[in-house]
Design a protein around this ligand. Structure first.
Ligand SMILES: [Mg+2]
Length: 212
């Protein structure tokens, strides 16, 4: 592959609850459609079947259904994310790596075009919600293949997976990712803090600056 045209470092970014306020939108969708009454703040697990009190298969079907609704299309942007990607884009390539399925590509791209047009290089779908296990891909594989310098995610298991291949991870704080972050994973609370940590890594080195 010819890399001479592009020497920017690549920063990988998750989509749901890092760029898009999907947790809020999904709670609104589920409350309106399935009669629950919960808020994003009350969600303490990444497993939606436990939140929705249904089988894992039903949960996956409901996520697929959610993608077709206005709850998804109208999902808000995480505070500060737009301005941060705009700033970072001057110096880095932004690549989005989502756990969403390939089949959700159209509605995902529609949302990204509406909210982050021109602010990312490409999107990878790793199929976390795919019922067919062979269609799922590890985020760390994508991160390795592309040669990313940093990854940002809100899911502790994805963060752990990516940190396991030696790439520093910033873990966007949520109610469902509490607990000890493993080596190489640094908890952050805002996009403002992410920008601060990236500039620190730029000065002090990309592999060591996340250790606290
Ligand atoms: Mg996420």
């Amino acid at each position: 592959m010819d890399n001479t045209a592009n020497t920017k470092r690549v920063i990988g970014v998750d989509l749901d609850d890092v760029l898009s306020r999907t947790g809020d939108a999904m709670a609104q969708f589920h409350n309106a459609t399935y009669g629950t009454k919960y808020k994003r703040e009350e969600v303490k697990t990444f497993d939606l079947d436990a939140v929705w009190n249904c089988t894992p298969e039903e949960a996956k079907e409901r996520v697929v259904e959610f993608m077709t609704t206005d709850f998804h299309h109208d999902a808000k942007v995480v505070f500060g994310a737009y301005d941060a990607l705009k700033k970072l884009g001057e110096f880095y390539d932004i690549v989005i790596v989502t756990g969403r399925n390939e089949s959700m590509r159209d509605s995902t791209i529609t949302w990204l075009t509406k909210n982050f047009l021109g602010l990312y290089r490409e999107v990878h779908f790793t199929g976390h919600f795919d019922v067919v296990e062979s269609k799922r891909r590890k985020k760390s594989d994508v991160v390795k293949d592309i040669g990313m310098s940093l990854f940002i995610d809100d899911a502790l298991h994805f963060a752990t997976d990516v940190a396991g291949v030696g790439v520093p991870v910033l873990l966007f704080d949520t109610p469902w990712n509490q607990g000890m972050a493993p080596n190489g994973v640094t908890r952050v609370f805002s996009w403002e803090e992410i920008l601060f940590r990236i500039s620190k890594m730029e000065r002090e080195g990309w592999t060591t600056a996340t250790a606290q």
